[in-house]
Every structure is written in structure tokens, then in C-alpha cells.
Design a protein around this ligand. Structure first.
Ligand code: URA
Ligand code: SF4
Length: 205
């Protein structure tokens, strides 16, 4: 079975994890992406946000949430009263998965096997960070952290016990906001994301 485990160092500090990430061949996704995209943020962060995987911009720049979804996320964080620079942002899957269509690289959802393969990196990061709260952004991160049967639209915005943090919560992915079918749908998805982040901020005090 594909797994990042053989590539993850035993010492779980952010610099050691970052240095080892480019060696990962834990699943096939490293083959076509430009580079691995590590998490980013202060080691003191008590809030960790977990996205799905890097997008086109993130793959080019090597940083998480620097494209359109990152713009939505930063706006929602600001409106929720959370300083984006105080948060650690990472992804459930560390390489961009896409299909080439002419010049465009179209995002593809990772398979459960790829999410599972990459999970040892995420667990190593959480072990280094020991955050108070982890927020899973969207279904892929929720599958990684909460299991394959988690029902996002039913159970979003609920604080739950976890063994990798004091609490865990799942919410809407900022890309889902952008993909909403019309203005009203996008507005409602955005409100869910912002309100859940507001609850996160209240929990953190
Ligand atoms: N979407 C994600 O899930 N993660 C990123 O880093 C960017 C977009
Ligand atoms: Fe390794 Fe994750 Fe990249 Fe797969 S997606 S090669 S498990 S870092």
C-alpha cells in the first residue's frame, strides 16, 4: 500500500520535517507536480488549518494557500478575527494532483489511498505543533483527520475530541465557496466558513 511512512523522519520538528519532505515517494503524486508544498506558519500556532492539497499556484510557488482559495480563506479569517500569520496552514496531501488540458492544469480530487498515504506527514506536523485546535477545510482533510465516512455538511462547525490536538472541527473548503453554483450559493458557503472560523476563534479565546 502507498505510504509516506518510510520517508518521514523520527524527529518531529518543523525544520526536520520540511527538509525530508522533498524526498517523499510515498505515492505517485510526486511524479507530475513541480514540487512538494510544506506547511507554513509559526511553531507556536495554537490553530492549524488543513486544506486538501496544493493548487496550481501553490505548486508553482511552493507555499500553501497563495492562490484564489487562499484569498477567500484569508478574508474569512480576517472577518472571524483570526490573524492569518498566527495560524499554521498545511494540506492533507502535499503534492498537486491535476490533469493537463492544454495550458491549464485542472485540479483532481485525491483518492482515499493518496490521502492515507500522505497522512504520516500531517501527523508528524501535528506532533511538532501540538495545537489546541485543528480545522479541516473540506471533505478531503476531514477524511484524513476524521475518517472516510465523515459527513461534512451535517457535522461541520462542531468541536470534537481528537488524539492529535485538544479539539478538531471541519468546515467548508474555500475552493468550494468559489465553485458554488450561483451568487447565493457562494454567499451561503462563505458564511458557513466564516462562522465556523469565528467559533474556532472563540474556542481559542
Ligand atoms: N487549496 C488547498 O486545499 N490547499 C492549498 O494550499 C491551496 C488551495
Ligand atoms: Fe509523499 Fe504525500 Fe507527495 Fe504522495 S502526496 S508523494 S505521500 S508527499
Amino acid at each position: 500500500k502507498p505510504s509516506a511512512a518510510p520517508f518521514v523522519p523520527h524527529e518531529h520538528t518543523l525544520p526536520v520535517i520540511q527538509a525530508a519532505l522533498p524526498t517523499c515517494r510515498g505515492c505517485d503524486l510526486y511524479e507530475h507536480a513541480i514540487q512538494v508544498v510544506p506547511g507554513r506558519g509559526p511553531v507556536t500556532a495554537d490553530l492549524v488549518l488543513v486544506g486538501e492539497q496544493p493548487g496550481d499556484q501553490e505548486d508553482k510557488r511552493g507555499e500553501p494557500f497563495v492562490g484564489p482559495a487562499g484569498g477567500v480563506l484569508r478574508k474569512a479569517l480576517a472577518e472571524a478575527g483570526v490573524d492569518p500569520d498566527a495560524v499554521y496552514m498545511t494540506n492533507a496531501v502535499k503534492h498537486f494532483k491535476f490533469v493537463q488540458r492544454g495550458k491549464l492544469r485542472l485540479h483532481q480530487n485525491p483518492r482515499m489511498s493518496e490521502i492515507t498515504a500522505c497522512k504520516p506527514w500531517l501527523m508528524a506536523e501535528l506532533d511538532a505543533l501540538k495545537p489546541k485546535l485543528v480545522v479541516a477545510l473540506g471533505a478531503s482533510a476531514a477524511k484524513s483527520l476524521l475518517g472516510g465516512t465523515f459527513a461534512l455538511m451535517r457535522d461541520r462547525g462542531k468541536l470534537m475530541q481528537a488524539n492529535f490536538a485538544e479539539q478538531v472541527m471541519a468546515t467548508i473548503h474555500p475552493s468550494a465557496v468559489l465553485r458554488g453554483r450561483d451568487d447565493a450559493a457562494r454567499e451561503q458557503l462563505y458564511r458557513h466558513l466564516r462562522d465556523d472560523l469565528m467559533l474556532a476563534r472563540q474556542y481559542l479565546g
